[in-house]
Design a protein around this ligand. Structure first.
Ligand code: GCU
Length: 129
């Protein structure tokens, strides 16, 4: 099963905006995070607990990959996860990682580690089974 959490329903650090100017996104918009180191986007995810895959929908119309650290419940579980260029801001792709969630509410956060900030983020899919 796949449960989708839209980025526009999450939270972000200062300077980020919910935008609709690049077509092809899921839901009602996407998060355009601030172009800065430390800029983050965060989701609250209810889980049964155990291993899952998380798939981030995103677009990166620049030519440089946008790295982020991935944290779960405040602990960084993957550093420098790359969100490669997708060719245009209207080209949407996914980056997938394996994670272990705890039973109950989990906080999943992507934090930019480059001055470009995060890619434009559309959603987080949590895939079980
Ligand atoms: C452009 C684009 C934005 C994007 C930004 C960026 O301004 O329109 O959607 O977020 O570049 O480089 O992050």
């Amino acid at each position: 099963p796949v449960t989708r959490f839209e980025a526009e329903a999450g939270t972000m650090s200062g300077g980020g905006t919910i935008d609709t100017n690049h077509a092809g996104y899921s839901g009602t918009g996407f998060v355009n995070g601030a172009n800065a180191v430390g800029s983050h986007v965060e989701w609250k995810v209810d889980a049964a607990g155990g291993p899952v895959r998380v798939s981030f929908g995103y677009a990166n119309g620049s030519t440089a990959s946008r790295p982020v650290d991935l944290s779960v419940n405040g602990t960084v579980v993957a550093t420098g996860v790359l969100f490669p260029g997708t060719g245009a801001w209207t080209n949407w792709s996914t980056v997938t990682q394996a994670l272990t969630l705890t039973a109950g509410t989990n906080t999943i956060r992507l934090t930019a580690t480059s001055a470009d900030g995060p890619a434009n983020l559309d959603y987080l899919d949590v895939v079980t089974g």
